[in-house]
Design a protein around this ligand. Structure first.
Ligand code: M6R
Length: 606
């Protein structure tokens, strides 16, 4: 993940950009750069390494300007180097970018065929080139920018300077946040409220698909269709900036919508999109273990359950998943060639920590997928495999869950390749599929929000709700039920769809909604038989599926349709309607979704 700061200012811009980049270093720190208008021309300074390395470059070769754009990078496309650092340049354009441009390879080929030359390996340079092509064709900056946005797909936040337009910064967001800051005769663009915090506390959060032009006079914001729009300006205190709700009513809603970004940031740590390979951060040889023991609680446990299907299927690596509170007290028999893998958002959950320590004491190697980098688990394990979901404030875990599944999926691919279960070509294909997840998460959120609303009304009247799924969707059914319980206090149970006839079918009546999570994968037909069993008993079915699945939905089922996707990333995409449903039901019942009764964000007691 990367940090962005843009300033249309009145004083020297370089020291202010550096000040902001220092705050953003937590988002990425393998290289950094700044571009500015100097004497009617665009100039830039870049450095590999930390912000202090950029400062050293600026001390040698200062940039005297009042408008500038800065970036701190966490490499995705192209190794950390000065050449790949942002701002990327093409003709009259300098561009910074957070995110992934999925179709960059096709666009690059097209631009090369037009005779254009590239100086970096980044996907970002493709966007700079597209904007420059528009400018060369005589388009105004905002039109050239808009035309380029129309060509790219993926999840991103962008900031651009255009030579000859001294006091202008262009920005756009899709899947990655971007804020506009309002100062006194100055304007700012930032990847989050923290970026602009040193200069102003008056902030607008751009909505999905928005693009913006800022200058000394203010901001002109346009929605995805190009229509001018207003986005509310709100006051954000510096300390609150990291954990701000933005335009959302609750942290839960915000964090659900943070997921494309959280997924993408997590992927940056595990995938090399150019080489098409997946690897554990800091490297790990999966041929040195014979078994994986996943230990976790609550939602993190369900992430493990989902991943077990993927890891065993892809990598053939035997994988056990157990709730840590059971594992730690049952004197389990574990082989020495087992890797104990804790999964935890907080890295502080007492049961998970104790299970991990037990494994360590038995001489097992330990790893942890953790969202809080400074946590106890992060410090105690042999291998730290981070998720980069950012701070999760709502007690109900949402973005941490999908970030955990993201990391586990990437590890599954890495294990499959190491264990020779897939070849380089298949690894590349899987990596490409996983790289699509941030965009598809974004599309899913947009697609399901309104579909879920009428269903939430029905569910909010229910006393009990059943969730069913097969394969990886079984874990998701459990997670969906947990979210509903926590968010709305409605009794909900998740079951493996095939288990329903062994008991829960006794609960079926017209007042008990049965939420069936069923992508059109190889489990689909079997799950459809379970749906028929529910309908035959007058049960009311809510089918969460994709377009192909929806075509086979029984007439009397209510259907929520998510975008079609590869089975590899279906658990990520299918999580969104379940989270939004729990959120909307909770809100409609007046529950405190961010801090439900009796719960705590970090459970540090056993
Ligand atoms: O911090 P952890 O991921 O270790 O927390 C585990 C559970 O306490 C947590 O997932 C809990 O189940 C959430 N409230 C679920 O929304």
């Amino acid at each position: 993940m990367c940090g962005i700061i843009g300033i249309v200012g009145v004083g020297p811009v370089a020291p202010r950009v550096v000040e902001s980049l220092r705050r953003l270093e937590y988002r990425g720190y393998d290289s950094a750069g700044i571009a500015a208008h100097v004497g009617g021309r665009l100039d830039r300074r870049r450095a590999k390494g930390k912000i202090r390395d950029l400062e050293a470059v600026l001390a040698e070769e200062p940039l005297h300007a009042t408008t500038g754009l800065g970036h701190t990078r966490w490499a995705t496309h192209g190794a950390p180097s000065v050449r790949n650092a942002h701002p990327q340049k093409s003709g009259r354009v300098m561009l910074v970018h957070n995110g992934i441009i999925e179709n960059f390879a096709a666009l690059k080929a097209e631009l090369k065929a037009m005779g254009r030359e590239f100086e970096s390996e980044t996907d970002t340079e493709v966007v700079a080139q597209l904007i420059d092509v528009g400018l060369e064709a005589g388009k105004a900056p905002i039109d050239a920018f808009k035309a380029a946005l129309g060509r790219i797909s993926g999840a991103y936040a962008l900031g651009a300077l255009i030579e000859g337009h001294e006091n202008l910064i262009l920005g756009a967001r899709r899947g990655s946040p971007l804020v506009v800051g309002y100062g006194e005769g100055e304007m700012f663009l930032g990847s989050d409220a923290l970026a602009v915090g040193p200069f102003t506390h008056r902030i607008s959060y751009l909505d999905e698909g928005d693009f913006v032009a800022i200058d000394h006079h203010g901001a002109r914001i346009f929605d995805a269709s190009g229509q001018p729009v207003e986005r509310a300006i709100r006051a954000v205190s510096a300390s609150a900036a990291l954990v701000e709700k933005g335009n959302y009513r609750h942290f839960m809603e915000k964090e659900i919508h943070d997921q494309p970004d959280a997924c993408q940031h997590t992927l940056s740590a595990y995938l090399d999109p150019i080489a098409g390979v997946a690897a554990a951060p800091e490297g790990f040889d999966f041929t040195t273990i014979d078994r994986l023991q996943i230990l976790a609680c609550g939602t993190a446990y369900y992430a493990g359950l989902v991943a077990r299907y993927l890891i065993e299927d892809l990598a053939g690596l035997p994988t056990d998943v157990e709730v840590a509170s059971e594992f730690r007290y049952r004197n389990p028999a574990v082989a020495p060639s087992t890797l104990a893998l804790a999964v935890s958002q907080s890295g502080e959950t007492a049961d998970t920590l104790a299970a991990l320590r037990w494994c360590k004491a038995k001489g097992l190697r330990t790893a942890a997928i953790v969202n809080a980098p400074e946590s106890t688990m992060s410090r105690e394990v042999d291998l730290l495999w981070p998720t980069h979901a950012g701070p999760e404030v709502c007690v109900l875990s949402t973005k941490a869950f999908t970030a955990q599944v993201t990391a586990l999926t990437a590890l599954g691919i890495a294990a499959a390749r190491a264990r020779a279960r897939i070849d380089a070509e298949e690894e590349k294909r899987l990596v490409e599929v996983l790289l699509e997840a941030p965009r598809l998460l974004s599309e899913a959120l947009e697609a399901v929000e309104d579909q879920v609303r009428p269903i939430a009304l029905d569910v909010s009247r229910a006393r009990d709700v059943l969730y069913l799924g097969r394969g990886p969707m079984f874990g998701l059914a459990l997670e969906g039920a947990l979210k509903l319980k926590e968010g709305s206090y409605i009794h909900a149970e998740g079951y493996a769809a095939g288990e329903m006839k062994h008991g829960p079918i006794a609960l079926i009546d017209e007042d008990t909604p049965v939420i069936v999570v069923a992508p059109s994968d190889h489990f689909f037909e079997k799950t459809m038989s379970n749906i028929s069993e529910v309908i035959a008993r007058n049960g009311s079915v809510i089918l969460v599926t994709d377009e192909r699945g929806a075509a086979h939905a029984p007439a009397n089922a209510k259907v929520v349709t998510v975008p079609e996707c590869d089975p590899l990333i279906a658990p990520l995409i299918f999580a969104t309607p379940l989270q939004l449903l729990a959120y909307q039901v909770g809100v409609s019942k007046g529950a405190d979704v961010d801090q439900p009764r009796n719960l705590a964000k970090s459970v540090t007691v056993e």
